[in-house]
Design a protein around this ligand. Structure first.
Ligand code: ARG
Length: 396
C-alpha cells in the first residue's frame, strides 16, 4: 500500500509516518505545503525521512492559495458567524487537492492527515477527497490510535528508535497561513478569560499600537486587490504588505465562540490583518458600484458561501454556484479605497470608482439638485398602497 500524508513536521504527523508503515504495511510519501511561513524545506525533509517516509514533496502554494482560494472568498464577502475570515478553512481544500494529485501521480491508494476527531479540518480534508476522488481511501490515525498525549507520542517514537527534537507543546494550537492565523486551546478554552498577551501572534495588542494613524489606499481591479498606495503588487506580496501594516496597528484580531461542524462550540482567536483591511475596502467598492437589489442578494448569499467553506464544501455545486453569482458582476468592482489604520481599527476615509453609481447631481441638497421631487409624491402613494389597504381591514 502507498499513502500520501499531509505532513506538518510536528509531533503528531511525525508519529503518523511509522504508524502507517507498521499498521498498513505502507510506503509513506510526506507532503508539505507552503502557505505562509514554514520551517526550512531541508529540515522538514530530513525529519520525514528519518521517521521513515520514502518520498517527500514540498510545494510553495502561496500564490495559488491567495489567488484562487482567498481572493474568490473575498469577492463573495464570506465571513463565518460574523467574524471568521476562514483562513484555515480555505487552506484545507487546496492541501487536499494537491495531496490527491500526488496520490494519482504516484499511484497511491490512500491519503492521510493528522486531524483529530473533534475538529473541522478532518471534515474539510475528507469532503474534498469525496468530491475530487471518491475512490481514494482516507486514513486518520489520530482518530484511531491511543497516543493521546505528547509523552506517549515521544515514547512511541523512541520505541521505533527515533529521537526527534521536540520543541515542546506550544501554549496554543496554532494554524497559520498568509490569510490568517487561528489560535485555540490552552488558556483560551475558558471564554471568560481575557486572551493572554502571548496569544497575540503578529497583531499588536491595542495598548502597543503606534500613536499616529497610518493611511493606506487599496486599488481593486475586477474585485481583486492589485495595488497598495499606488504601487502595483502581486497577490502574495500585497497580502504580506497589508498583513504587516495591519499587524503594526493592531488590526484584524477577533475573539469569538464559534459553532464547529461536529456540533461543539469552541473559543477561537483569529488574526487576519491583511484580509480584514481588504474585506472592509472591497465592501466599500460594492456599496458604490452595485445596484441595490443585487447587493442585497449578494450579502445574503455570502453567508451561505461562508458556511459551505467552513463546513468543508469548497468543492461543491453550492459553493461554485454562489461564486459564479458573485463573479458575474465582478468587472464593475474596480476602484480605490482609502483607509486609516489606527489603534486596532480600520476607518474608511474615501472611495472612488469609474463604475460608481453615486451621482452628486441626484444626491446633493444644493441648487445643483436634479432629483425629481414632484415624482416622489406619486411614488409614495403607490409604494404605501398595500399598507393603507391593510389598515382599512383592521378589526373586521
Ligand atoms: N476553528 C478554525 C476552523 O475551523 C480554526 C481551526 C484551527 N486548526 C488548527 N489545527 N489549529 O477553521
Amino acid at each position: 500500500m502507498k499513502i500520501v500524508l499531509a505532513y506538518s513536521g510536528g509531533l503528531d504527523t511525525t508519529c503518523i509516518i511509522p504508524y502507517l508503515k507498521e499498521k498498513y504495511d505502507a510506503e509513506v510519501i510526506a507532503f508539505c505545503a507552503l502557505l505562509g511561513v514554514s520551517e526550512d524545506e531541508d529540515v522538514l525533509k530530513g525529519r520525514a525521512r528519518k521517521a521513515g517516509a520514502s518520498g517527500f514533496y514540498f510545494l510553495d502554494l502561496r500564490q495559488e492559495f491567495v489567488k484562487n482560494f482567498c481572493f474568490p472568498a473575498l469577492r463573495t464577502g464570506a465571513v463565518y458567524e460574523n467574524g471568521y475570515l476562514l483562513a484555515t478553512a480555505l487552506a484545507r481544500p487546496l492541501i487536499a487537492r494537491e495531496m490527491i494529485r500526488i496520490a494519482s501521480e504516484t499511484g497511491a491508494d490512500a491519503i492521510s492527515h493528522g486531524c483529530t476527531g473533534k475538529g473541522n479540518d478532518q471534515v474539510r480534508f475528507e469532503l474534498a477527497a469525496a468530491s475530487l476522488m471518491p475512490s481514494l481511501k482516507v486514513i486518520a490515525p489520530v482518530r484511531e490510535w491511543d497516543l493521546n498525549s505528547r509523552e506517549k507520542e515521544i515514547d512511541y517514537l523512541k520505541e521505533k528508535g527515533l529521537t526527534i527534537e521536540d520543541k515542546g507543546a506550544g501554549k496554543y494550537s496554532i494554524d497559520r497561513n498568509l490569510w490568517g492565523i487561528s489560535v485555540e486551546c490552552g488558556e483560551l478554552e475558558d471564554p471568560w478569560r481575557e486572551p493572554p498577551l502571548d496569544s497575540y501572534i503578529t497583531v499588536s495588542p491595542p495598548e502597543k499600537t503606534p500613536f499616529e494613524p497610518e493611511e493606506v489606499t487599496i486599488g481593486f481591479t475586477s474585485g481583486d486587490p492589485v495595488s497598495v498606495n499606488g504601487s502595483k503588487m502581486e497577490e502574495v506580496e500585497l497580502v504580506e504588505e497589508l498583513n504587516s501594516l495591519g499587524s503594526l496597528h493592531g488590526v484584524g484580531r477577533i475573539d469569538m465562540v464559534e459553532n464547529r461542524v461536529v456540533g461543539i462550540k469552541s473559543r477561537e482567536v483569529y488574526e487576519s490583518p491583511g484580509a480584514t483591511i481588504l474585506f472592509r475596502a472591497l465592501r466599500v467598492i460594492e456599496t458604490l458600484v452595485l445596484e441595490r437589489d443585487l447587493l442585497k442578494e449578494k450579502v445574503k448569499l455570502s453567508g451561505e458561501y461562508a458556511r459551505a467553506v467552513y463546513d468543508g464544501k469548497w468543492f461543491s455545486p453550492l459553493r461554485e454556484s454562489i461564486q459564479s453569482f458573485a463573479d458575474a458582476t465582478r468587472d464593475r468592482l474596480s476602484g480605490e479605497v482609502r483607509l486609516k489604520l489606527h489603534n486596532s481599527s480600520v476607518r474608511v476615509t474615501g472611495c472612488r470608482s469609474d463604475f460608481s453609481m453615486y451621482s452628486e447631481k441626484l444626491a446633493t441638497y444644493t441648487e445643483a439638485d436634479e432629483f425629481s421631487h414632484e415624482a416622489a409624491e406619486g411614488f409614495i402613494k403607490l409604494w404605501g398602497l398595500p399598507l393603507r389597504v391593510w389598515k382599512e381591514k383592521e378589526g373586521k
